[in-house]
Design a protein around this ligand. Structure first.
Ligand code: ASP
Length: 595
C-alpha cells in the first residue's frame, strides 16, 4: 500500500470531459470494475460523482500496468494520467464520461478491500439486513448516494427558504422533559440525580412555544425527535422534523409558508410545478368521503353514508350495526361487477385485520341487483342505495356497518384496496391537501376520557370555546394536517396562549392543576408574562424525502436507520452495558427482563 503523499486530486471522476483531452488529471476513488483485455487493463474508477474509465496500457506506462494487475474491486487508488478521446466504436453514451478515458501514467494503491458481502451496484438484489449491517457499503451504491445527497439538497433549500422568510433556526435541548405528543418517551437516567430522568424530545413543541414568548417571532429547526412507539413500516424511533413556529399568525400564513417551501422543493428538485393554493378539506368531509383524515385524492372513489336508508332493514347485520349506535357505509367500484366471488371474499378477509366483521357485496347486472343479501332489502332501500352510490350496470357495490371508527377505517382500507386492484392510482401525480377543522378531542373508549387529537396546547375554535365544559366532543380545533397522496406529511395548529383557556382545556382532558404544574409548569408560568398569539407546524422530513426520491422505504432516505425491531444492525444497538455503568446510573436490570 502507498501513501497519497503530495498528490492532489484535480477533480471528481465525472468532471473529466472532452474539453480536457490532452490534459493530465489526478483522480482518486474506488475500483468499481476490472477488465483485462489482452494485456490492456480497463478499470471503472468510482467516486461520489460517478464513473470514469481508466486505462493501464503496458506500452504507455509499464510500471502502472504491472501494479494494476494486483487490483480488486473496491480497492482505493489514486491515478495520474492523460485524458484521451475514446475510439469512436468504444464511446459509451450511457456514461457521462463515456466519450473519454484516462490513460494512467502513475498509480498509487491507497488501500485494499476485503471481498465485499455484496456487489456495490444498484441492480444488486440485497437482503435488507445485510444492507443495514454493512451500511457503509450499501451507502456506496450510486442509488443510495443519490438519495442521501438529494436529502442534503432538500434540507438546504428548506433552510434557505425559511431564512429568506425571516425565520431563525434555534436549537432546543435533547435532554429535556416529556412533551405530550401521544407516544411513549425515551428516558435517560441521570447519574448525578439518582432516580431522576430526562426525556428525549418527542418534538420541540414546548420549547418552540417558549421561544415565541421570548419574542423571536419566527423559529424553525431541522431537528431529530424520538418516540418510543411500536414500529410500523413508515416509522422510525428517531426521525427528523422540520419544526416551525411563528407569532401572530393566521392559519393561512402557515399554509402559505409551507406551500411555498413544498412548491420550491418540487420545482427545484423534481422540476415539477405544483398548483397552489393546495385544496382544503374539513375533517368531517374527509371522514365522510374517504373514511380517514389523510385521504389519497389521486383517484375518484368515494364512500357514502347509507345509515339513513336502512333504519328498519330486514338485513340483520345492518339493523344491528345501527341499533348499536354505528353507521353503514358503502362504496361503488365502477365496472367491477365481474369480479369473482373469490375476489370479494379476499377483500372481506383482508378487512378483518381492520376490525370489520363482514362486507356485503352486490352486483348490478343486466338482470338487476344480485347478491345473497339482496332478498333482505326492500325495493325502496335498493333504489335509494343505488341512487346514493350512483351505481350503473356493471358496478360492484360494497357495504359494511359497524361502529363509526371501525366502519370508517375498514372502508378507507377497502377504498385503497379497490383502487390498487382497479389499477387507477396514477404514479407521477402529487395531490397535496390540507385537512382542517379537526375535532379538538377524541374519546378514548379504553380510558373513558377525552384525549387531545393533536396535543393539549391546540387552540379551540373561538366559536366553540363555550362547549369546553359541556360538549367537548363537538369542539373543532384550529389545527391542520398536510397530506400528500394519502400520507400525512405534517401537522400543526394555532396554540393556546391564554392561561385561562389552557386551564379549561386541561380540565376537559382530566389533567389536574397539580399534574399540569408538574408537567408543564414552566410553560404555564411563561404564559403569565405576555405570551403572543402563536402557532406552527411540523413536517416529517423522512416521509417527505421518501416521496421526493420515489423510494419504497423510509429507510432508504435515512443514512443510518433502524430495523422494525428498533435495532441498528451496524453498531449493534441497543446493547447491554456493564454492571458499573448501571450502578452509576442507579439502575438494576431484573432477571425477568432478560428472559
Ligand atoms: N409538535 C407537533 C408534532 O410534532 C407539530 C406542531 O404542532 O407544530 O407533531
Amino acid at each position: 500500500m502507498e501513501e497519497m503523499g503530495s498528490w492532489k486530486r484535480t477533480s471528481y471522476c465525472t468532471e473529466v470531459g472532452k474539453t480536457d483531452v490532452g490534459k493530465t488529471v489526478c483522480l482518486m476513488g474506488w475500483v468499481n470494475s476490472y477488465r483485462d483485455h489482452g494485456g490492456v487493463i480497463f478499470i471503472d474508477l468510482r467516486d461520489r460523482a460517478g464513473l470514469v474509465q481508466v486505462v493501464f496500457n503496458p506500452t504507455f506506462a509499464a510500471s502502472a500496468h504491472d501494479k494494476a494487475n494486483l487490483l480488486r474491486n473496491e480497492w482505493v487508488i489514486a491515478v495520474s494520467g492523460e485524458v484521451r478521446p475514446r475510439p469512436a466504436d468504444m464511446v459509451n453514451p450511457k456514461l457521462r464520461t463515456g466519450a473519454i478515458e484516462v490513460w494512467v501514467k502513475e498509480m498509487r494503491i491507497l488501500n485494499r478491500s476485503a471481498a465485499t458481502p455484496f456487489a456495490i451496484e444498484d441492480e444488486a438484489k440485497i437482503n435488507e439486513e445485510l444492507r443495514l449491517k454493512y451500511r457503509y457499503l450499501d451507502l456506496r451504491r450510486p442509488e443510495m448516494q443519490k438519495k442521501i445527497i438529494c436529502r442534503h439538497r432538500v434540507v438546504k433549500l428548506i433552510r434557505d427558504h425559511f431564512d429568506t422568510n425571516g425565520f431563525y433556526e434555534i436549537e432546543t435541548p435533547f435532554l429535556a422533559k416529556s412533551t405530550p405528543e401521544g407516544a411513549r418517551d425515551y428516558l435517560i437516567p441521570s447519574r448525578i440525580s439518582p432516580g431522576k430522568f430526562y426525556a428525549l424530545p418527542q418534538s420541540p413543541q414546548l420549547f418552540k412555544q417558549i421561544l415565541m414568548v421570548a419574542g423571536f417571532d419566527r423559529y424553525f429547526q431541522v431537528v431529530r425527535c424520538m418516540r418510543d412507539e411500536d414500529l410500523r413500516a413508515d416509522r422510525q424511533p428517531e426521525f427528523t422534523q422540520l419544526d416551525v413556529e411563528m407569532s401572530f399568525p393566521q392559519p393561512e400564513d402557515i399554509y402559505e409558508l409551507i406551500e411555498g417551501v413544498l412548491a420550491r422543493i418540487w420545482k427545484e428538485i423534481l422540476g415539477i410545478e405544483i398548483p397552489r393554493p393546495f385544496p382544503k378539506l374539513s375533517w368531517d368531509e374527509a371522514m365522510s368521503k374517504y373514511g380517514c383524515d389523510k385521504p389519497d385524492t389521486r383517484y375518484e372513489l368515494f364512500l357514502q353514508d347509507l345509515s339513513d336508508i336502512f333504519p328498519n332493514s330486514e338485513y340483520r347485520f345492518f339493523k344491528q350495526a345501527l341499533a348499536d349506535g354505528g353507521i353503514i357505509k358503502g362504496m361503488n367500484a365502477p365496472g367491477c361487477a365481474e369480479w369473482s366471488r373469490k375476489d370479494t371474499d379476499d377483500l372481506t378477509y383482508a378487512l378483518k385485520a381492520y376490525g370489520a366483521k363482514g362486507l356485503t357485496a352486490m352486483r348490478l347486472q343486466d338482470s338487476g341487483l344480485a347478491g345473497p343479501v339482496v332478498k333482505y332489502l326492500s325495493a325502496d332501500e335498493q333504489n335509494k342505495m343505488l341512487e346514493r352510490l350512483s351505481a350503473k350496470k356493471g358496478d360492484l357495490i360494497l357495504i359494511m356497518g359497524d361502529k363509526f371508527a371501525v366502519t370508517n377505517e375498514a372502508m378507507n382500507q377497502l377504498r385503497q384496496m379497490i383502487a390498487r386492484k382497479m389499477n387507477i392510482i396514477p404514479e407521477h401525480k402529487y395531490n397535496f391537501l390540507w385537512v382542517v377543522d379537526f375535532p379538538l378531542f377524541d374519546w378514548s373508549e379504553n380510558e373513558k376520557r377525552w384525549k387531545s387529537t393533536h396535543h393539549p396546547f391546540t387552540m379551540p375554535r373561538a366559536e366553540d370555546l363555550d362547549k369546553l365544559e359541556f360538549d367537548p366532543g363537538k369542539i373543532k380545533a384550529l389545527a391542520y394536517d398536510i397530506v400528500l397522496n394519502g400520507v400525512e406529511i405534517g401537522g400543526g395548529s394555532i396554540r393556546i396562549h391564554r392561561p385561562d383557556i389552557q386551564e379549561r382545556v386541561f380540565h376537559a382532558l382530566g389533567i389536574s392543576d397539580e399534574e399540569a404544574k408538574i408537567k408543564f409548569g414552566f410553560l404555564l408560568d411563561a404564559f403569565k408574562y405576555g405570551a403572543p398569539p402563536h402557532g406552527g407546524i411540523a413536517l416529517g422530513i423522512d416521509r417527505l424525502m421518501q416521496i421526493v426520491v420515489g423510494g419504497t422505504s423510509i429507510r432508504d432516505v435515512i443514512p443510518f436507520p433502524k430495523t422494525q425491531a428498533g435495532a441498528d444492525l451496524m453498531v449493534d444497538a441497543p446493547s447491554e452495558v456493564s454492571e458499573d455503568q448501571l450502578k452509576e446510573l442507579h439502575l438494576e436490570v431484573t432477571k425477568e427482563d432478560l428472559t
